[in-house]
Design a protein around this ligand. Structure first.
Ligand SMILES: CC(C)(COP(=O)(O)OP(=O)(O)OC[C@H]1O[C@@H](n2cnc3c(N)ncnc32)[C@H](O)[C@@H]1OP(=O)(O)O)[C@@H](O)C(=O)NCCC(=O)NCCS
Length: 195
């Protein structure tokens, strides 16, 4: 079974079949499609996408659970659809650098934004990727008007490396120096991994 990661505010669980209907519902929202640079998919396509994300060794995706919304006790292996609020993923997509990962984050539920869930999810994903895939640099592409996302990644230390006029999009990167890795592990302190 794939890993789940328990943090302070969020628990990250593998993207399971049971999550697909709600995920598909989220991705009908024009704001979320635009903010994440996604195309709308049919429900069947979303099921295929879920399979491809779980089978592709270059991708790692987690559904974000808001721990306050979990009904009863968290059980590793259960989808806990009642508490799903977004997703976070990495994609090793730079052919010249297999230790570079692009990171994506979405807190889809508006009520769950601005509570630190996005920040904690990205930190946990990065710690997991450093430990398990030896990632040494993270990259993120953000629309220039997406203040929330720019604010989040800049706060984590990401710096702009390029700008695309065609897509009105900035690319930011964060190299994982020894001191950054230490800082990351301290920040996520008591994260518990279930595998
Ligand atoms: C971007 C997003 C993931 C932020 O997640 P979040 O859980 O709301 O953010 P957090 O509460 O963890 O905030 C972390 C930091 O991000 C920045 N931030 C968050 N929301 C912000 C906003 N609306 N405006 C400016 N900065 C913001 C702040 O620096 C914040 O730190 P602070 O609270 O100490 O000031 C969320 O708004 C989202 O999913 N938006 C839609 C999808 C999207 O844009 N995804 C990113 C695509 S690149």
């Amino acid at each position: 079974m794939k890993a789940s990661l328990e943090g302070e505010k969020v628990t990250l669980v593998p993207y399971m079949r049971e999550h697909v209907p709600k995920y598909h519902e989220w991705m009908q929202d024009p704001f979320l499609l635009q903010a994440t640079g996604s195309e709308p998919l049919s429900l069947d396509q979303e099921y295929e996408m879920q399979l491809s994300w779980t089978q592709d060794p270059l991708k790692q995706t987690f559904i974000i659970l808001d721990r306050e919304l979990i009904v009863g006790k968290f059980i590793h292996g259960e989808p806990h659809v009642e508490a799903m609020v977004g997703d976070v993923n990495i994609y090793v997509n730079d052919l010249d650098d297999p230790q570079m990962a692009e990171v994506e984050i979405m807190i889809a539920e508006p009520k769950s934004r601005g509570k630190g869930l996005g920040k904690e999810s990205v930190l946990m994903m990065m710690a997991f990727a450093v430990d398990n895939f030896k990632i040494h640099t993270f990259r993120v592409k953000i629309g220039e008007l997406n203040q929330a996302s720019l604010g989040l990644f800049q706060k984590l230390g990401f710096k702009e490396t390029s700008y695309s006029k065609i897509f009105n999009e900035m690319t930011l990167e964060l190299p994982m120096t020894e001191s950054k890795i230490c800082e990351l592990h301290q920040l996520i302190g008591n994260m518990v991994t279930h595998s």
